[in-house]
Ligand binder design. Structure first.
Ligand code: GLU
Length: 478
């Protein structure tokens, strides 16, 4: 099994899903999972994107047995380091007559394509250079005339294979032109490089997106021309948005990075993505990695388009967040809080967070929501949410409420949530206020917003000094 991303952009969720299915199948069968980098497009490949692939796969927990950084018997597993090998295969295919040199210029090809289209004929290459004498063609190329190398596809002919997901698939060679293996600048095409790698790395199963289905007959033809055996193919259904259209930026984030940074837990992402084209069991949507490995089978992957629904993913993330051990939850949340504060938390601050942790854990679906719910704890000068202020602080009972609260909180004996609650409830009775009218001003004064963890626990964590200070500041601002 292999995943072969091109480092020309951040790892797409579709590719991450393909990586996941390859990994699951390799782990289920005891096979080998290989990470290779398809970086033949040197102009568009960036080290940053290659890093993103490695970081993304590791974040998801998809370890690879061979490949970039892991090493293995096949060199660096980067296509840019194997150009000589692709050239060597192309030369051999030329020598056996499986491939030929083509001198048609881009302008000529363009003109012929337009003409063919106008006449309703297939727009692919018409095969004219196939008729050239190979010795003569070799001489022209040696003299420096620009040439590409094309595969001589058998005509008439048909390539048929049994796809694990799509069953039998056939391509009439009418629709497979004599495609290019090596460009005139000497660089290999994706078809050549990918197939040579799959052959050399002894890939037995290629599971990849259905968008590559029409490339597969080409890869089979190259492998056969090399005298190699053909791997088993599984074409995974494409990802669609909830509106039934192909997944794109229009639907929201499509890079794994965005989810990594967006407060998702890798285990939730793993679980959700494993359901994109596969199901664990009709009624079970939440399961562990080990359970997925035990059950996963490429043959059980659906042909139907899989819907990537950000809302469902967010729901699942909430399930996983609530399932975390409270200490683990705080550990995962701290980087997000520190990021927002722009500094590291002190030991005391970490303890404060831990005290509020379980209350916040129940209320968030994303780790990115945590700073907003907790950073009030660390504010030296509180900023008030304007809407909260207007709604709660600008009502006529608020000044009296804050005065009464200040008096009562000053005398609470043991600064614990229960004692604070007792005192404030007595205050509500005395003033004849509802909890909403009487407690919301205290919440806004102490946290800056009407949305916060439960009030009494929050005040306990803030401590008496800070609580009283904040109530006084708010009172002064009225
Ligand atoms: N580099 C190709 C891609 O990212 C690999 C496709 C394949 O799996 O063969 O689309």
């Amino acid at each position: 099994m292999r995943i072969a991303p091109s480092p020309t952009g951040y790892l797409h969720v579709g590719n991450a899903r393909a990586a996941l299915f390859n990994w699951l199948y390799a782990r289920h069968t005891g096979g080998t999972f290989i990470l290779r980098i398809d970086d033949t497009d040197l102009a568009r490949s960036e080290p940053e994107y290659e890093d993103d692939v490695l970081v993304g796969l590791r974040w998801l927990g998809l370890d690879w047995d061979e490949g970039v950084e892991a090493g293995g018997p096949h060199g660096t597993y980067r296509q840019s380091d194997r150009l000589d090998r692709y050239r060597e295969v192309a030369e051999r295919l030329l020598a056996t007559g499986a491939a030929y040199l083509c001198f048609c210029t881009p302008e000529e090809l363009d003109e012929r394509r337009k003409k063919a289209q106008a006449q309703g004929r297939p727009p692919g290459y018409d095969g004219r250079c196939r008729l050239l004498d190979p010795v003569e063609a070799g001489r022209r190329a040696a003299e420096g005339e620009p040439a590409v190398i094309r595969l001589a596809v058998a005509r008439p002919g048909m390539t048929t294979f049994v796809d694990v997901v799509r069953d039998e698939v056939s391509f009439d060679h009418e629709a497979v032109d004599d495609f290019v293996l090596v460009r005139s600048d000497g660089s290999p095409t994706y078809h050549l490089a990918s197939t040579v790698d799959d052959v050399d790395y002894e890939i037995t199963h290629v599971a990849r997106g259905e968008d590559l289905l029409s490339s597969t007959p080409k890869h089979i033809l190259i492998a056969r021309a090399m005298g190699a055996s053909v791997p088993t193919y599984a074409h995974l259904p494409l990802l669609f948005g909830p509106d039934g259209r192909k997944l794109s930026k229009r639907h929201g984030d499509v890079s794994l990075k965005a989810y990594r940074e967006g407060g998702y837990l890798p285990e939730a992402m793993f679980n959700y993505m494993s359901l994109l084209g596969w199901s664990f069991e009709a009624e079970t949507t939440v399961f562990t990695k080990e359970q997925a490995i035990e059950r996963f089978d490429l043959a059980a992957v659906s042909k139907n388009a899989a819907v990537f629904d950000p809302e469902k993913l967010e729901w699942m993330n909430g399930v996983y967040i609530r399932g975390l051990d409270p200490i683990e939850f705080i550990d995962r949340a701290i980087p997000f809080v520190e990021d927002e504060l722009g500094r590291e938390l002190s030991g005391v601050e970490r303890e404060q967070l831990s005290a509020l942790g379980p209350l916040v854990q129940e209320r968030v679906k994303l780790l990115t929501e945590v700073p907003g719910m907790m950073s009030f704890v660390f504010a030296t000068a509180l900023t008030y949410d304007e809407r909260s202020w207007r709604k709660v602080m600008e009502i006529d009972t608020t000044p009296g409420t804050l005065d009464a609260a200040l008096d009562r909180l000053a005398i609470v004996g043991d600064w614990k949530a229960a004692a604070i609650e007792r005192e404030l409830r007595a205050m509500l009775d005395e003033l004849g206020l509802s909890a909403r009218k009487g407690l919301q001003p205290i919440r806004v004064a102490a946290t800056g917003s009407t949305v916060s963890p439960p009030l009494f626990e929050t005040l306990e964590v803030l401590g008496r000094e800070v609580t009283l200070d904040r109530l006084r500041s708010a009172r002064a601002r009225l």
